[in-house]
Design a protein around this ligand. Sequence first.
Ligand code: DX5
Ligand code: ZN
Length: 227
Amino acid sequence: MAAQVYIYPSILNANFDDLENEIKKITPASDALHLDVMDNQFVPNFTFDIARAFEIINFTKLPVDAHLMICDPDSIAPKYAEQGTHSVTFHFEAANNVATTISNIRSNGAKVGLAIKPATSFQEIEEFMADIDMLLIMTVEPGFGGQSFMHDQMVKVRTAREHIGRMKKEKPLLQIDGGVSLVTIAEAALAGANCFVAGSAVYKSADPAKMVDQLRKLASENFVVKN
Ligand code: DX5
Ligand code: ZN
């Protein structure tokens, strides 16, 4: 049986003035909505303040996967969990106390994602693998959509997948984010990713829902569970 893969469109490159409609386009085809929250401090870009982010979380019918590219996730991430966000991902590089933030997200009812930038190694976060629901390996420098996929991150994806293969209990999802397209998704799935964020590939296409289906097909043909 083919292993399940997950496609999470990012609305970063959607039309922000018509988000309800933009989200509707991908809702039936997608597993979750990836919401990029940027504070213009942790990354040199700004997307939503917390009030607008909560509005989006509340109006979409899809589960929301919040990707917090912000300073001080320790105090802010649990608020996203409280709001009914499906999964809350924060950056290892931004957190003061990773273990406490993981536990505060979980106790407020959300799944926990931990993200690492391209320069951060898997070994730095390995100790947290048993406590999270998803590891996000960035395949671009966080901050902007439409950048080129960093093929060199596939070594890290492979290392993470091997680690997950050795885990006995709950196995976290392995998500990648940045530059995912029909050209790059098979390579990432082969390396062991099973959850894919795609922004411009989806929203720059003439038929976003069809693009999600095509990405899913390629990912599932190339992802082979090794555990
Ligand atoms: C980048 C964001 C991504 C972004 C990906 O910092 O985290 O989620 O939307 O966009 P694409 O798919 O265009 O690289
Ligand atoms: Zn993202």
